[in-house]
Design a protein around this ligand. Structure first.
Ligand SMILES: NC(=O)C1=CN([C@@H]2O[C@H](COP(=O)(O)OP(=O)(O)OC[C@H]3O[C@@H](n4cnc5c(N)ncnc54)[C@H](OP(=O)(O)O)[C@@H]3O)[C@@H](O)[C@H]2O)C=CC1
Ligand SMILES: O=C1OC[C@@H](O)[C@H](O)[C@H]1O
Length: 411
């Protein structure tokens, strides 16, 4: 690891605190969750318009410890008490997946803006209700955002600018978390809490496929899982490999595991385009030029640690009449984008530093939306709902079945 990389990662987790503005939004967190550090506590330090105001946990002592450790001034005894605080503008919901639906609805009904951990809910049934809540279409409606952090990072935007969705024929995605990071008692492996690797990690791969094809999958062709069978862990996949058919017979593949090997291997998505003709005025009129482009984004999920885009273009010059290949060659290049400036082009003027994690860009977009500014990037409600449709498709195909629907009643 280079010194520059080490410095970037160190600063990402220990960022310089910025001064808060008078009209900063007050956030409350329901659940003293580990992921709250990534999604809110760290990025909040870098955002002048965000103050983490309150924490609630099922157990007050746990909330107090969390508050002390993270300098959160107000502690509540219950999630509902926190929602009832009129001073709070926004809620982070970092609860087990099975509780996202209920607490997102309750938060919205309390008039709060909601940053909702991924996956947004347990299944498409819940998604249709949540993302179509009438409160979200009322005047001055609260903002609801699924925390799909990687989509807000400049490397993702740069990567997408190198992809031509209509020409994509095949996509292969990979993600993993080493075995030592998630133990068996984690909420990821509790069926009643809507656990499973497709929920915890696979949703990242699935979103990549939907975005790269610019379309929804028509069918899950196969979904092979390795799953626990006993106790609360039953039907929780700890590893899976799924294959989807997208429009025009195109194929998208996803592999992920939450029990991977010891060394953390970066996620990736490799995109193969069909061969297309490229205009080239330097060629004689009897010849045509073609290119087949393959683009890989490495480290798309946790870009801060290490990420890079690899572009491989295979060119061919063909005789127009006979189709015979006259010449062929391959060109390769790589690109990094730890900041908008490094991404360049249309992204260069956006706000961001190389030590900003995807979560900081996400928080920026969330605040911009609330403040009535136009975020650089957004994940809309329909998109989040369709995301759950794809997850359900894979769970149904796997034989494990969709994750259980919440009993919480929305009247
Ligand atoms: N964006 C990201 O990078 C990440 C996102 N996530 C997502 O965030 C969510 C939480 O994950 P993570 O922070 O790892 O989980 P944790 O186990 O660390 O936190 C979950 C919280 O849920 C609360 N909770 C309420 N009811 C229950 C229950 N019945 N069983 C267990 N916990 C309960 C607990 O709060 P209390 O303090 O009240 O006891 C706990 O603090 C998940 O949806 C996950 O997919 C997870 C990791 C990273
Ligand atoms: O980004 C992540 O990495 C760790 C996982 O436990 C988590 O669900 C995921 O969001």
């Amino acid at each position: 690891m280079s010194l520059g990389q080490l410095k970037r990662i160190y600063t990402a987790f220990n960022p310089p605190a910025v001064e808060k503005s008078k009209d900063a939004l007050k956030f409350g967190i329901i659940g003293a969750a580990n992921s709250a550090a990534w999604a809110l506590l760290i990025p909040a330090k870098l955002h002048p318009e965000v103050v983490v105001h309150a924490i609630a946990a099922r157990d007050r002592k746990r909330a107090e410890e969390f508050a002390k450790k993270n300098n959160v001034p107000v502690v509540y005894d219950s999630y509902q008490d926190l929602l009832d605080d009129p001073e709070i503008d926004c809620i982070l919901v970092p609860l087990p997946n099975a509780l996202h639906f209920e607490w997102a609805v309750r938060s919205i009904r309390a008039g709060k803006h909601v940053l909702l951990e991924k996956p947004s809910v347990s299944n498409y049934i819940e998604a249709q209700t949540l993302f179509n809540l009438p409160e979200l279409d009322a005047p001055n409606a609260p903002v609801l955002l699924e925390a799909f952090h990687y989509r807000f990072h400049p490397i993702w935007s740069l990567f997408m600018s190198l992809v031509t969705p209509a020409d994509v024929v095949h996509v292969n995605t990979f993600s993993m978390i080493p075995w030592w990071f998630v133990n068996k008692d984690h909420i990821h492996f509790n069926y009643n809490l809507a656990g499973g690797t497709m929920m915890g990690m696979g949703t990242y791969n699935f979103a990549a496929l939907r975005l790269i094809f610019g379309a929804e999958p028509e069918e899950c062709i196969s979904a092979d899982v390795k799953a626990f069978t006993e106790g609360v862990h039953h039907d929780c996949d700890y590893e899976f490999k799924a294959k989807f058919r997208f429009p025009n017979g195109c194929i998208g593949e996803a592999f992920s595991t939450l029990q991977g090997p010891t060394i953390w291997y970066p996620s990736y998505a490799t995109v193969t385009h069909r061969q297309v003709e490229v205009p080239d005025k330097t060629l004689p009129p009897s010849q045509k030029k073609f290119v087949t482009r393959e683009v890989t984004i490495n480290g798309f999920i946790h870009a801060i640690f290490w990420s890079r885009i690899d572009v491989k273009e295979a060119f061919e010059i063909r005789d127009k009449e006979t189709g015979r290949v006259v010449k062929k060659w391959t060109e390769k290049r790589t690109q990094k984008a730890y900041s908008p400036k490094e991404a360049g082009g249309g992204l260069a003027n956006l706000e961001g530093e190389e030590y900003w994690m995807s979560f900081r860009y996400q928080l920026g977009a969330f605040v911009d939306k609330i403040k009535g500014r136009k975020p650089a990037y957004w994940v809309n409600r329909e998109d989040s709902a369709l995301q759950m449709k794809m997850v359900d498709m894979a769970y149904e195909k796997s034989g494990l079945g969709i994750r259980p629907t919440s009993k919480f009643q929305v009247n």
